[in-house]
Design a protein around this ligand. Structure first.
Ligand code: F6R
Length: 253
């Protein structure tokens, strides 16, 4: 696992976007980029929208979608992606699981096959305060494929800010599994704010355990973590020094 530590969120978005852009430019023949929703990637998508990068060779696959919400629902991840990225950047093709299907299990299987057929070249991830990646909550097996998951109360409460009331936050989601995510060739995880500091420390300095799903990333050969100072605040001094130096180095290149 490699990591960079930046001062705050704006730099984080710029560095993360540059990292993704390098990858996109490195594959003119075409590639598949895995995308996330939530607050973490918003700045990254802003940078992406401002840039005039040609992405017509890029396929995108999103991590997850709420069960029960139609693509047109204002809080669906389809709508999120449309607003924050797809309306301004033209991709070859883009996929998000369908949340308002009659058979979410079947949809999970369809989506798993779709993702596996394409193969993810680089996956963008955020991290939940409880250490979840995508909607793989604590306790999810490390080899899980795309599946229907029950959201924990803490995740529903954290996501309530996007809805009017807690009762409106769906209780289930379709999510790529940890095993699906681990198949990605590269992973880029971004985390900002103090709220993420414990999960980030566990991911980087703890042992790999399903209690903190993000710890699985230690077993992946090519992971870059980009943190702001607050999210990195509980790391060891050594890890902080390494992360700050890695950022300065990245900026020089
Ligand atoms: C979203 C996703 C989630 C979020 C995580 C952090 O597609 O998969 O794992 O990345 O819940 O959310 P934010 O960024 O809103 O703090």
């Amino acid at each position: 696992m490699k990591w960079m530590i930046v001062e705050k969120g704006e730099e984080l978005a710029q560095v993360a976007y540059q990292f993704l852009k390098q990858e996109i430019e490195r594959h003119p023949e075409g590639l598949t980029v895995g995308l996330a929703t939530g607050s973490s990637p918003v700045g990254v998508y802003e940078e992406w929208r401002k840039d005039a990068l040609d992405c017509r060779h890029v396929t995108t696959v999103n991590l997850d979608e709420y069960v029960g919400l139609s693509p047109e629902h204002p809080q669906s991840y389809h709508t999120f992606m449309q607003e924050y990225l797809f309306k301004d950047v033209a991709f070859k093709e883009s996929f998000v699981p369908i949340g308002d299907t009659e058979d979410p299990v079947r949809e999970s299987e369809r989506y798993e096959a779709l993702v596996r057929n394409r193969g993810i070249d680089i996956q963008l991830l955020g991290i939940g305060a409880n250490g979840h990646i995508a909607f793989n909550e604590p306790g999810t097996p490390f080899d899980a494929k795309t599946h229907v998951t029950e959201l924990t109360e803490s995740t529903r409460e954290a996501n309530q800010r996007f809805f009017d009331r807690l009762e409106e936050v769906p209780t289930k989601a379709i999510t790529m599994g940890i095993g699906t995510i681990m198949e990605a060739k590269k992973i880029l995880l971004v985390a900002s704010s103090e709220r993420k500091a414990e999960a980030v420390r566990d991911m980087m300095e703890g042992v790999a355990t399903t209690d903190c799903p993000a710890t699985v990333l230690k077993r992946h050969a090519d992971v870059m973590v980009i943190l702001d100072e607050e999210a990195a605040s509980l790391l060891s001094d050594d890890a902080k020094r390494t992360g700050r130096a890695a950022y300065l180095n990245f900026m020089k290149v």
